[in-house]
Design a protein around this ligand. Structure first.
Ligand SMILES: [Zn+2]
Length: 141
């Protein structure tokens, strides 16, 4: 799936989610009136935990589900999954690696420029030879 990074402020401004008094996302319980209305009007989203990242994805999902949230603004077929993060300064890097042992090349996306292990031969602690900042990230299903 394609995930667009958004800060909490951006998500609030774009979709106007229902919030609790403390400003966190209000959980929408299945079978409640809000849930039924939001589902009908494409305003229901699912909060997912993807390897520690919080992702808000349009519509109903069951795998890794944490809770449902609803927004004032409906999502459309073009609405991307949203990677919710609170730190607006954080960006993602696409790290490119080249294994010195076996010559295998791969890339990975991470929140910093980290060493990785070769997925082909298992060589440890290989530093990326280049890194670029990423606007959106691809996450394997
Ligand atoms: Zn290798």
């Amino acid at each position: 799936m394609t995930v667009k990074m958004m800060t909490d402020d951006e998500f609030l401004a774009n979709f106007r989610p229902a919030l609790r008094d403390d400003g966190t996302l209000r959980e929408i319980h299945p079978a409640s009136d809000d849930y039924e209305a939001a589902l009908r009007e494409n305003r229901l989203w699912t909060l997912l935990d993807n390897d520690g990242n919080m992702i808000i994805t349009p519509g109903l999902h069951w795998v890794n589900r944490m809770q449902y949230v609803m927004t004032e603004v409906p999502h459309t077929a073009e609405t991307p999954d949203v990677l919710w993060h609170n730190d607006s300064d954080e960006s993602w890097f696409i790290n490119h690696y080249h294994c010195p042992s076996c010559g295998h090349k791969w890339q990975d996306e991470w929140s910093c420029q980290v060493d990785d292990d070769c997925p082909s031969c298992g060589a440890r602690h290989i530093s990326p030879h280049t890194s670029e900042e990423s606007e959106s990230r691809q996450i394997e299903d």
